[in-house]
Design a protein around this ligand. Structure first.
Ligand SMILES: O=C([O-])C(=O)C[C@H](O)[C@@H](O)C(=O)[O-]
Length: 301
């Protein structure tokens, strides 16, 4: 898919970030993963990001990422654009971007490198190297040890024609305002803070027209309804849904670092869809927390 077409498709609707299923030995369970994607594709989303943050891409080896991406490409069969992750240092991320293209993915989500801090000049070189490794459209995730200034985003957009978007995992109003003021609609902007619904309405005003929904994994209809309320700028409906579900959900999520991902698998377990367990370094919700989550889900489903 041409990067421009990918950008247009992605900004038209909600974005899905499926979990990656593991078996009892924490090996990739392709059968359950495919079943999940088949169920999820019955609802309308604009793009599927395989092995993203919610998909524990950071806990997968490159061969595993390749398997997950190929399974996703095969399972959704062109109905929805599939984006593959690129992770880690520049050489690994560039190799994964090449592999994504070979696997038939439609685009790449470039996640922050692990461990090290880096200055803006180095981050710009990192992103540019990954963009140069593929013809696919690339979205760069600004978060953690790779937060991009407005100047860097402008340089990246100028240097890399296939850079199509910025995913914001920072939520800094001044920074996002500066970026949109400087780069405007040359890029698409994807809300990517943990439990992105929380920020969706205010970020829309800052040019962030869509977001990645982890909730979509286990409450697809609720997630799509939330998105519609945001797009309609229906403040009453958005705050109703925040109060009914999202804010009490955040109260459980915030008990342990990393629960933003673990709670999604717990949500799947709670709705009877067997999300299974997370890999270390994440940890699973306790049985009592899972029960609490199940009671909360029951109120909105
Ligand atoms: O790459 C990822 O999966 C994210 O971190 C995005 C999540 O979907 C996040 O936006 C969320 O938790 O809603």
């Amino acid at each position: 898919m041409h990067p421009g077409e990918l950008a247009t498709r992605l900004k038209s609707g909600l974005l899905s970030f499926p979990v990656t299923h593991f078996d009892q030995d924490l090996a990739f369970d392709e059968t359950r993963y495919r079943e999940h994607l088949a169920w999820q594709s019955g609802f309308g989303v604009a793009g599927l990001f395989a092995a993203g943050g919610t998909g524990e891409g950071f806990s997968l080896t490159s061969p595993e990422i390749d398997r997950v991406v190929r399974a996703a490409v095969d399972e959704v069969a062109g109905a929805v654009p599939v984006l593959a992750p690129a992770t880690g240092g520049t050489a690994t991320a560039s190799a994964q971007a090449r592999a994504a293209q070979e696997a038939g993915a439609d685009g790449v989500l470039l996640l922050p490198p692990y461990l090290t801090e880096a200055g803006q000049a180095g981050l710009v070189e990192h992103v540019s190297a990954v963009c140069a490794a593929t013809d696919l459209g690339v979205i760069v995730y600004s978060r953690a040890n790779a937060v991009f200034t407005d100047e860097s985003v402008a340089v990246l957009a100028e240097r890399n024609p296939n850079l199509i978007g910025l995913k914001d995992g920072v939520g800094n109003v001044e920074l996002m305002t500066r970026i949109y003021a400087r780069v405007g609609d040359r890029l698409i902007y994807v809300g990517g803070l943990p439990t992105a619904e929380t920020f969706a309405l205010p970020l829309l005003q800052l040019g962030v027209s869509t977001y990645s929904s982890a909730l979509y994994n286990f409450l697809p209809e609720f997630a799509l309804g939330f998105f519609e309320s945001v797009r309609a700028q229906d403040r009453t409906a958005v705050y109703q849904k925040l109060n009914d579900f999202v804010i009490p959900y955040l109260d459980i999520r915030d008990r342990t670092r990393g629960y933003a991902v673990s709670i999604v698998k717990a949500g799947l377990n709670a709705v009877g869809r067997d999300g299974g367990r997370v890999r270390p370094p994440l940890s699973d919700l306790s049985p009592a927390e899972t029960d609490e989550l199940a009671a909360l889900i029951a109120k909105v489903s």
